[in-house]
Design a protein around this ligand. Structure first.
Ligand code: ADP
Length: 657
């Protein structure tokens, strides 16, 4: 074999080998590779896998090269025509993308990369095309783009500032509009201008103490840590400030490495102000609640299965509640009214449920016997089916009202006395003095008569002297009556102004002492007095001595003529009051007089006994000044019982025997 034959054979061999390798690659490639003769457009080679995806075989192409054109999507035909022309014109080959319709009618995306084969004269002889089905990629790309758009829209419309940096470089990636607004454009003018240092400065602005860089949420995110700052004050470049709540979080890549760090922040200035305002008003309210002298209690209604209110539960109460009722908060909160007050029905349920259901406030006054107190109760509803009661102890006011009423009555009586009782003696004085005047005039006329004789004058004088004496006697008795009335008024007034020394009194001893001073009268009346053990009370010794003296005095004075007088003094304690009873077996008092006997100068039978009709008026006056009361029960012909009530001291039922 010649040398050049040998080398030719070698070359051919090599060529064959390379062609085989090339074929092997192209036939096993997933891309569709073809070789086309130019300008004829005849396929000289088409790789087998090639158009299988589209449902065509290389044979289809060899037999009908135009086949490929029919599968091109009509929208791309003019475009591909242009590309084909560029190839024929020998223009620089390029990659183009277009759509085709596969055998089943599905639209698919192809991407085609072209290159030329040339002969020795550099003439383009063939086109090598590598076509790839990029449908999936295109779909992914579209999906990605849609997601990007969604992400961007979301980011720009969020009322939350978002800032993101790359990890580990710290290069800023994203800052949304809200981030720029919240931090101030001076800090985040454009994300590309921002460095971590400028953001760090922003944080620094507001912190009272320099905020450690490594604790910044954006930095912690780069280290894979989530973080949260409750509130951080940031002062913006324009000197306005904003309170931010900041959340930081890392963003992980596929290999679980942190690729980004993200912070989001919201403006909590208003929320904080509202929180502070709320806290302040809550504090004020609870201070008020605690310091109020009125009892305040909150309740909620309890309903039965039919939805009717049947009870209420106490949900809170203040200090005054405990002070007044002696019931501790811990023992009432959460419990039902019936349990707390030990009543079969919840007190004032009807009134309270009306308020809790309709929301209309209600006010009423009531007397609470177990505590012997008067209360005013304001009921308001803070929420549906709930109500609050503000209860004030108005016992003192009530007593003052009673005193004023009693004093008014007394005043009325005084006016009545002045106008009536004092008037009748005055009328007498006036009438008899007129008569005197008349008699005197007659005598003067007689004297001045020209023919008046001393004898006639003497006679006339004798005749008139009796009438004159009588008139003078009437005038004097009227004057005495007026004097007695005025003295009585004065006594009453003095008694009403006497200084009081109110203290606990041993009433058994007080009445026993009194009895000793009345010993003479008792014996003279042939009476018997029995004193039972009496409970102590709060009062003034002098005033109460006068009260009991008057009552015993009357019992002796108004004794029954047909039987020896029996007088008993008893006592008991009821509802925080000491009750005393002075009982006699005397003449008794008719029903229609029983209230009148306490009136000034009122006497039933003035002619029969001595008296001013002042004793019981003074008794009632003295008792009313001591927060006491008096009432009478009596049966004419049988006897009377005078009941006195006074504030008790000590324990109920325990008093010296
Ligand atoms: P006085 O005894 O000076 O008349 P009081 O004010 O003490 O004045 O009494 C008023 C009236 O009440 C008496 O006049 C009497 O008619 C009646 N009275 C008072 N106490 C009794 C009594 N124990 N029994 C019957 N009548 C009484």
């Amino acid at each position: 074999m010649k040398d050049d034959d040998k080398s030719k054979a070698q070359i051919e061999e090599a060529l064959h080998k390379s062609e085989q390798q090339y074929r092997l690659i192209s036939e096993n490639a997933s891309d569709f590779i073809y070789k086309m003769k130019i300008p004829e457009g005849i396929y000289e080679y088409a790789s087998p896998s090639s158009l299988a995806v589209l449902g065509y075989s290389p044979q289809d192409l060899y037999q009908n090269p135009l086949y490929i054109q029919t599968i091109i999507h009509p929208d791309f035909r003019p475009y591909l025509q242009e590309q084909w022309q560029a190839i024929l014109d020998g223009k620089e080959p390029k990659t183009f993308e277009y759509q085709v319709v596969d055998k089943e009618g599905n639209v698919r995306w192809l991407s085609q990369t072209n290159s030329y084969l040339k002969d020795e004269t550099q003439r383009i002889t063939h086109l090598i095309g590598i076509v790839r089905d990029v449908t999936d990629y295109k779909h992914t790309e579209e999906k990605l783009e849609r997601q990007n758009r969604l992400f961007n829209t979301l980011l720009e419309n969020l009322p939350v500032g978002v800032f993101m940096v790359e990890s580990p470089t710290g290069k800023p990636l994203i800052a949304n509009e809200q981030a720029k607004i919240l931090l101030g454009r001076g800090i985040l003018p454009d994300v590309t201008d921002v460095t971590l240092a400028t953001v760090y400065e922003a944080y620094q602005y507001g912190a009272d103490q320099p905020y450690p860089m490594h604790k910044m949420p954006i930095i912690r995110g780069m280290y894979g840590e989530k973080s949260h700052i409750d509130d951080m004050k940031v002062i913006r470049p324009d000197k306005t400030d904003v309170l931010l709540e900041i959340f930081g979080a890392p963003v992980y890549g596929k290999d679980n490495q942190v690729v980004m760090s993200l912070v989001s922040f919201v403006d909590i200035t208003e929320r904080k102000q509202a929180e502070i305002a709320l806290q302040e008003s809550t504090e004020k309210l609870s201070a008020l609640f605690a310091s109020m002298t009125e009892m305040v209690a909150l309740h909620e209604l309890v309903f039965d299965e039919q939805g009717a209110p049947v009870n209420y539960r106490i949900t809170d109460c203040n200090r005054a509640y405990t002070q007044i009722t002696g019931i501790h908060k811990e023992t009432v909160v959460g419990r039902l009214a019936t349990e707390v007050y030990g009543t079969p029905e919840a007190p004032y349920l009807q009134e309270y449920s009306r308020v809790a259901i309709n929301g209309e406030p209600y006010y009423f006054e009531t007397y609470f016997a177990p505590l012997d107190k008067h209360f005013s109760i304001s009921v308001v509803s803070p929420a549906k089916n709930k109500f609050a009661t503000v209860t004030a102890d108005i016992t003192a006011i009530k007593r003052v009202q009673q005193i004023i009423a009693a004093q008014n009555k007394e005043l009325e009586q005084l006016v009545y006395i002045a106008s009536h009782d004092l008037r009748s003696p005055l009328v007498n004085v006036d009438g008899y003095s007129r008569e005197l005047e008349f008699e005197l005039q007659e005598l003067l006329d007689l004297l001045s008569a020209p023919n008046a004789s001393p004898e006639a004058l003497q006679r006339a004088l004798n005749a008139k002297s009796l009438e004159i004496k009588e008139a003078l006697s009437h005038i004097r008795s009227s004057a005495r009556k007026m004097d007695a009335l005025l003295k009585g008024l004065l006594k009453l007034s003095r008694n009403g102004r006497a200084a009081l020394n109110i203290r606990p009194l041993d009433m058994t001893k007080l009445t026993a002492d009194l009895l000793r001073t009345l010993d003479y009268q008792v014996k003279a009346a042939g009476a018997q007095i029995q004193i039972f053990p009496l409970p102590p009370c709060k009062g003034d010794e002098t005033q109460l001595a006068q009260v009991f003296t008057n009552l015993i005095d009357n019992a002796l004075k108004y004794r029954h003529p047909q039987r020896p007088a029996l007088i008993a003094i008893r006592g008991s304690v009821e509802n925080g009051r000491a009750i005393y009873c002075v009982e006699d077996n005397g003449i008794g008092i008719a029903k229609n007089h029983q209230e009148k006997i306490f009136e000034l100068f009122h006497r039933l039978d003035p002619s029969k006994t001595e008296g001013e009709g002042l004793g019981l008026t003074i008794v009632r006056q003295a008792l009313s000044r001591l927060d006491g009361e008096i009432r009478v029960e009596s049966t004419p012909g049988e006897g009377s019982r005078f009941y006195i009530s006074l504030p008790a001291t000590g324990l109920p039922g325990i008093y010296p025997a």
